[in-house]
Design a protein around this ligand. Sequence first.
Ligand code: CP
Length: 307
Amino acid sequence: MKLSRKDILGIKELSVEEITLILDTADSFLEVSTREIKKVPTLRGKSVINLFYEASTRTRTSFEIAAKRLSADTINISASTSSVVKGETLIDTAKNIEAMNPDLIVIRHSAAGAPHMLASLLRQSIINAGDGAHEHPTQALLDMMTIRSRKGRIAGLKAAIIGDITHSRVARSNIHGLTKMGAHVVVSGPATMLPRDIETLGVVPCVRIEEAIKDADIIMMLRIQTEREKQNVFPSLREYAQYFSLNPKNIVLARKDCIVMHPGPMNRGVEISPEIADGSHSVILDQVTNGVAVRMALLYLLTGGNS
Ligand code: CP
């Protein structure tokens, strides 16, 4: 099967078949990163621009590593060291990048919909590396890859997503992906961090974390997004940790073989205790490893692989 789309903007618009194709392709690329020479010639002659208007460690580095392992040329542009600081608009920046004729542009931006605007204006393929509080599709894909590799399936599993659901693009993309793939998704967090109409996305809201993680196969903890909060939505970090952290006391409610996920960066001692972050249930670093393979798969499929 071929991925018949120009861009990857969100999980919402992907079909189950497309998600499965991306995950299968990522599985096949995982092995490249274990070789002594971690490089294949698949995308030789192609160029990928990473255009990041927001900070990133994992996403940007893994897109760069993914492109390099496929032999593509990569160019990184940070808003803070580009002509954006001189007042150049996103559209002008993008049009100038287009004029240099790259094959693919990866963009992270604080404004929801920024990747969609570029996709409609530019002939290059666009990958959304996170747009505001909207979507982070490659994170959800690497999360689904991690779940599949640890559990052998996604359908029928109980996934609990805990924390700042309102401001989390990771939560939104995972809710779209996990429900599409047949998981039973519950969410929990302070009432100020749960969108009122969250049930319309096919998930069950829980007031208490204990209810959400009970018998869960997957626990996905979210970072508190202080940079996106316009006002204080909980009294203190100490109080947040008291009611909504995952810790050795409450994890016993989940299934014995549950996996604990976090997209990073973590606030250790706030949403997750260090014992859990580094403990036997944690697959947090597997997520990072799988992120390279997922991004290799997307670069490959969007530049005509499998055609
Ligand atoms: N998970 C994630 O998006 O991490 P970064 O912000 O470091 O890219």
